[in-house]
Write a protein that binds this ligand. Structure first.
Ligand code: 13P
Length: 252
């Protein structure tokens, strides 16, 4: 079912004591306030188990920021789907632009990671989006189309219905420059249409498509009010409770 979602991607931020303070603050916030969206948090993997414990009975779901495409074995430094599942995670981000930029991830890797998560009954949040150069040269629709088609290429329609997509234009991530609500809506509608053409309208209507890139309390409401934008994947502003709660309230 299509859901409204505000997801926080903490990236490589916060020491353990700092993370505990933020998690406890979020937990208190969620207990005190009824929200009109699901709340997901993707802390560094070292803190997943603690996050799950602190968010118990709050409804806040815990996601990993990345997983290995391999099931288990000699892959130093990696964490597996079964590991994140065993500490209670709901799923993982896949192919975030920083994984693409600094770790050479491609949509072929994304495809295998998405499949691995789905096979384990977990939810992938698949990230796509164009660079500034690609946007300036008018290639953004083609880029996002190719990314999405490759990443979903081996999935059945039933599997596609279970994923979440996060459109994050690289030029808007951490730069303070947000896509205008119209720019974001245009490409969200394009992605939904791609899914509809390939897998059917019912499935396209079920999928949540999140926007990511400099979402703040000041612009969240307008972005979330667009018909094909079902929430946000939040980086910097998820690290402060006042900012993150302000974004969640964009759905009020
Ligand atoms: P910012 O919200 O810091 O721009 O980051 C967006 C992002 O990359 C979320 O995954």
């Amino acid at each position: 079912m299509r859901k409204n979602i505000v997801a926080g991607n903490w990236k490589m931020n916060k020491t353990f004591p700092e993370a505990e303070i933020l998690m406890n603050g979020l937990s208190e916030y969620k207990k005190r306030n009824s929200t009109n969206c699901e709340i997901y948090i993707a802390p560094p993997s070292l803190y997943l188990e603690t996050a799950k414990k602190i968010f118990q009975n709050t409804g806040i779901e815990v996601f990993a920021q990345d997983i290995s495409e391999h099931i288990f074995g000699a892959y130093t430094g990696e964490i597996s789907v079964e590991m994140i599942k065993s500490v209670g995670c709901s799923g993982s981000l896949v192919a975030h632009s920083e994984r693409r930029q600094y770790h050479g991830e491609t949509d072929r890797h994304a495809n295998r990671k998405i499949k691995t998560l789905l096979d384990a009954g977990l939810t992938p949040i698949y990230c796509n989006g164009e660079t500034l150069e690609q946007r300036k040269s008018g290639k953004h629709f083609d880029v996002v189309k190719n990314q999405t088609e490759t990443a979903l290429s081996t999935l059945s329609p039933e599997e596609v219905a279970k994923i979440i997509i996060a459109y994050e234009p690289v030029w808007a991530i951490g730069t303070g420059e947000t896509a205008t609500p119209e720019q974001a809506q245009e490409i969200h509608a394009f992605i939904r249409n791609l899914i509809a053409e390939k897998y059917g309208k019912n499935i396209a209507d079920e999928i949540s498509i999140l926007y990511g890139g400099s979402v703040k309390p000041e612009n969240a409401k307008e972005i979330f009010s667009q018909p094909d934008i079902d929430g946000g994947l939040i980086g910097g502003a998820s690290l402060k409770i006042e900012d993150f709660s302000g974004i969640i309230e964009g759905f009020n």
